[in-house]
Ligand binder design. Structure first.
Ligand code: ZN
Length: 312
């Protein structure tokens, strides 16, 4: 969704720079999570365990996403991955967290240890509501290749990813053995969690970042020359600027609209956004499988199918 929005914003504008920064952070986060998952294969144990990745749950209106949730016979451990490079400092006195990058620039960030504590509190309540009788612990794992932990938070287990497995075993050791939690019980808890996963719904970009709709370029995007000059020519999409044809440019532009402005559209709004005059062309574009139609004829409204999210 960010990529779809970024390509429609003018270069060197604060809005585009903001979204590019958000995209950079999101991609770094995903890389970090992959690194953590890869490291986890070294968690080899004769005792039964279950591991869940990217678990989205809610309590009332409170949604959380847990990077890793390990269920063992003794304890459940939350794994929180943070991909931040540089010298990392936890200030005990103030509770602040900051990093100094290679150029010596200091950036204060949200303290990730607080997030671990918050997620532990969440999972404890969630387990209580769902009758999962496991104690809950948590761990902050820094996944950047160039990260130096200069000081640690006081109450949160923290390590770099190559120490994670050792710290995990050490954490589990601290809990008394339980005879009730066998392999079967852990599988049951996993099922309980999986049955209540709530997919994270990203708000449309213009809404999420309060951006003026006029900032976004109209038209249909050409992947080849990166302009918005694609038009319908003889039953295919062709770029007026570079001449390249595409099978999906129109459909992609419709998905741009949903990513930026929201999950409901009608023919008129899309004609304006795509710079297409012909309502029948737009109508065909709106018959994609990913979309649901409500109402009929000129009053039709279209939205993304329930549960569908735009991955790009
Ligand atoms: Zn082109």
């Amino acid at each position: 969704m960010l990529k779809r929005a970024i390509r429609r914003l003018k270069e060197n504008t604060p809005e585009r720079e903001l979204l590019e920064r958000e995209l950079f952070l999101a991609e770094a986060g995903i890389r970090g999570e992959k690194r953590l998952q890869k490291k986890f294969v070294e968690f080899y144990s004769s005792e039964p365990f279950e591991i869940l990745w990217n678990t989205s749950l809610t309590l009332g209106n409170w949604p959380v996403q847990i990077d890793g949730l390990l269920l063992t016979q003794k304890v459940a451990v939350i794994l929180e991955s943070k991909n931040i490079s540089g010298e990392l400092h936890f200030e005990t006195r103030t509770g602040e967290f900051f990093r100094n990058d290679v150029n010596g620039v200091k950036t204060i960030m949200d303290n990730p240890a607080v997030q671990v504590e918050k997620h532990m509190r969440f999972i404890r309540m969630w387990f209580a509501e769902n009758k999962i009788p496991l104690p809950v612990d948590g761990m902050l794992v820094f996944t950047a290749l160039k990260a130096e932990l200069c000081s640690l938070p006081q109450n949160t287990r923290t390590c770099r990813h190559h120490h994670m497995i050792e710290l995990l075993f050490k954490t589990i050791e601290e809990y008394p053995s339980s005879t009730q939690q066998n392999r079967h019980a852990l599988k049951k808890y996993r099922k309980i969690i999986e049955n209540q996963l709530t997919p994270y719904i990203q708000k449309p970009i213009a809404v999420q970042y309060s951006m003026d709709p006029h900032l976004f370029k109209r038209g249909i995007y050409c992947e080849a020359c990166k302009t918005f000059n694609v038009a319908r020519e003889r039953r295919r999409w062709q770029c007026d600027a570079c001449g390249i044809t595409s099978l999906t440019a129109g459909e992609e532009a419709v998905l741009d609209y949903f990513a930026i402005f929201g999950f409901q559209a009608n023919n008129e709004k899309l004609r304006t956004f795509l710079n297409v005059d012909d309502r029948h062309i737009v109508k065909r574009l709106l018959s994609q499988e990913i979309l649901t139609k409500e109402g009929s004829r000129r009053h039709s409204k279209y939205s993304l199918n329930e549960g569908k999210t735009l991955q790009e």
